[in-house]
Design a protein around this ligand. Structure first.
Ligand code: NAD
Ligand code: ZN
Ligand code: ZN
Length: 367
């Protein structure tokens, strides 16, 4: 079987993979398309430490190939998005609608593959950069056959993470203002969800000027090139102090919501500094383990500002994935437009190069 294997510091495209049969509560999926998320790159560059050898990829969609004896919710031939949360369904977090807080969803590495005869583990409980993968039944979310696989695959991480952060973690009221740091696969989905929620100012911030067109296409009302200007000052100019509504701390103005979709401490600091009184910054980007940010506590305590983390869009995959499919089919969100280029597994390097050069919304591997 073909796939992309992380071998420690590098990734190889190989045909030396084998896969086990699904266990009683598992599903074998024939992967058709898989998006390349920055978190896959973060494994390669050591930002996200992971076991090797392992099969990469965690944003995918495909067709159910086989199911275990105890699986009842999907059958061979069904189209599914692969969710990365192998949540237990039994704990308090699962039963109060917070599967992203289920303790079983972190570090539950299994070893359904062999690579060149040696055991190889999965990545993010998904491993979608392979012709087939094995997931728990709870991770197979059936979708309409009307969604092209290339578009559907992105729901598995970028769309769920970005849109979920706005719909589930933030509570954006119509007319409120927002800044989005990082116009990649995650940031573009934050932007389009803010458009759906009728935010009045959606300020996209990136260090690559060429991201402006994409940002505006998805709903940004303003763009700040952070390689040329101080993003916090520019945001405060766009959303100035308005004495009839709210005042900004430490200089007037600022946004009600900010979203850090880069994974850099200095960017998270800017995401806090650009807030108005009462505003909240949401940390989505993943920096190296142990990375810290320094914030004057009075800038939070005196003015009701908040800093929130958000994993996987604080999503409930069996509710949110069908919702996002419906929003797509109703024309409320764009998925096809996120797919900038598609390549076979062998094109993984080119996708990474184009991603780093700022040319992509998302690059998608097709199998
Ligand atoms: N919390 C979660 O559950 C979750 C899920 C998926 C991804 N992530 C993380 O989100 C981050 C973004 O992922 P992505 O796939 O969208 O990445 P991406 O590579 O597609 O996009 C990142 C964007 O950030 C821009 N950027 C880089 N430095 C910047 C700076 N200093 N200021 C402003 N913009 C800057 C880049 O030009 C690029 O446009 C990564 O850290 C990834 O690991 C988190
Ligand atoms: Zn991801
Ligand atoms: Zn649980």
């Amino acid at each position: 079987m073909r796939g992309i294997v992380y071998t420690g510091g590098d990734a190889v495209v190989t045909d030396k993979l084998e896969i086990a049969d699904p266990g009683p509560k598992e599903v074998k999926v024939k992967i058709v398309a898989a998006g390349v998320c920055h978190s896959d790159l973060s494994v390669l560059n050591g930002t996200i430490p992971w076991k090797e050898p392992s099969v990469l990829g965690h944003e995918g969609a495909g067709i159910v190939e086989a199911v275990g004896s105890a699986v009842s919710s999907v059958k061979p031939g069904d189209h599914v998005v692969v969710a990365t949360l192998a949540s237990c369904g039994m704990c308090r977090a699962c039963n109060t609608g917070h599967p992203t807080l289920c303790i079983k969803t972190l570090g539950n590495v299994s070893t359904p593959f062999t690579y060149d005869g040696e055991p190889a583990s999965n990545f993010a409980a998904a491993s979608v950069f392979a012709e087939y993968t094995i997931i728990s039944e709870v991770q197979a979310v059936k979708i309409s056959k009307d969604v092209p696989f290339t578009s559907a695959s992105l729901i598995g991480c970028g769309v769920l993470t970005g849109i979920g952060s706005v719909l589930n973690r933030a509570s954006v009221n119509p007319g409120e203002t927002a800044a989005v740091f990082g116009v990649g696969g995650i940031g573009l989905n934050v932007i389009q969800a803010l458009r759906v929620q009728a935010a009045s100012r959606i300020i996209a911030v990136d260090t690559m000027a060429q991201k402006e067109e994409l940002a505006r296409q998805f709903g940004a009302t303003h763009f700040v090139d952070a390689s040329k200007a101080d993003a916090v000052q520019e945001i405060r100019k766009i959303v100035p102090h308005n004495p009839s509504s709210m005042a900004g701390a430490l200089g007037p103005g600022g946004v009600t919501w900010s979203f850090e979709c880069v994974g850099h401490p200095a960017v998270l600091r800017s995401a806090v500094d650009c807030l108005d009184w009462g505003g909240n910054a949401i940390a989505i980007g993943v920096p190296p383990r142990g990375a810290e940010v320094s914030i004057d506590i009075n800038n939070l305590a005196y003015v009701d500002r908040g800093l929130l983390g958000c994993r996987y869009g604080s999503s409930r995959p069996h509710h949110d994935i069908p919702l996002m499919v419906e929003m797509y089919l109703d024309g409320k969100i764009m998925l096809d437009e996120l797919v900038t280029e598609t390549r076979p597994l062998e094109g993984f390097r080119e996708i990474i190069e184009d991603m780093e050069a700022g040319k992509l919304a998302r690059g998608v591997l097709t199998l």
